[in-house]
Write a protein that binds this ligand. Sequence first.
Ligand code: ZN
Ligand code: FE
Ligand code: FE
Ligand code: ZN
Length: 273
Amino acid sequence: MRILPPDYHIHTALCRHGEGEVAEYVESALAMGLQEIGFSEHIPMPQIYDPTGRMHISEFPYYVKQIESARVKYPQICIRLGLEADYFPEHHDYIAEFIAGYAFDYVIGSVHFLGDWNFDHPDYISRYEEYGVDAVYRDYYALIRQAAASSLFDSIGHFDLPKKFGHRPHGDLNDEIQSTLQAIHDHGLALDVNTAGLRKPVGELYPSEEILKRAAEMGIPVMLGSDAHHPREVGWAFAATCSRLRELGFTGTVQMAQRRKKTVPLHDAAVAR
Ligand code: ZN
Ligand code: FE
Ligand code: FE
Ligand code: ZN
C-alpha cells in the first residue's frame, strides 16, 4: 500500500463551521491508512472577529483534551496538536501569548481577513469587486509577508487563498508572489499544500502548481493538509497530490513535532516518527 504523508490541516465541529468529533476524524484517517495526522483548529480571537466561526477561548482546553484522549485511544496513529492562527498585525501580542500557552506541535499562519472583511467567506463575495481584485491580492500578499516575518508561525496556510471563488488578478502579480515566497523562505517557514482548493469553485490546489514549482526550486519545504471540515475530507486527494508534488520537484514533506521541522521523503513521509 502507498504510504501517505501526514495530514496537518484538520478542523472539527469545535470551530462551529465543521462537522464531526476528533475521534471521527481519527477513524477516517485510520481507514485511509494514514500513519500521522495533526489537528489545526482556528485560534480563538477577541469576539469582534466572527464569534460564530471559531471556538471561544474558554472552550480551547476542551479541544486539547480531545486530542490527548485520542492519543490514548488510538496509539496506532501519531496525532499532533496544531493550530491555524489568523494573522492580524494589531493582535500580534495576543496571538504570541495564546501560542505560548499550549504545547503545539506546529502553528499554521493564515490570512482570512482584510480589515473586517472575511474575504474567503461565501456570504461576502460581492466585496471583491468593490475592493478591486488586484488590490485584494496585493494587500493579502503584503499581510502574508508580515505573517512570515512575525516569527509566530511554522507554515503559511493556503498561500493563494483569494482565488477561492475564481477571482483572478488582472495585472501581473509575479513580483508580489516572488517576494512573498522569498519571505517564507528567508524566515524558514513551510508552505501548507492544501487540497481544499480542489473542493472549492477554483478547483485547484493552494498554492497553484506554478507557485509550487517555484517553491520547489527555492527549496521551500511543504506540509500537506486537507483542510478537512468533515471526517470524509481527511487525506483528500493525497495520493494524486503526492504524485504531482514529486513531478513538480519536491522530494520530501515536513514532519512537525514540538515546533521543530524534519523533512521526510515524500514516498515514506509518514513512516519516520
Ligand atoms: Zn475552518
Ligand atoms: Fe484557513
Ligand atoms: Fe483551515
Ligand atoms: Zn484553512
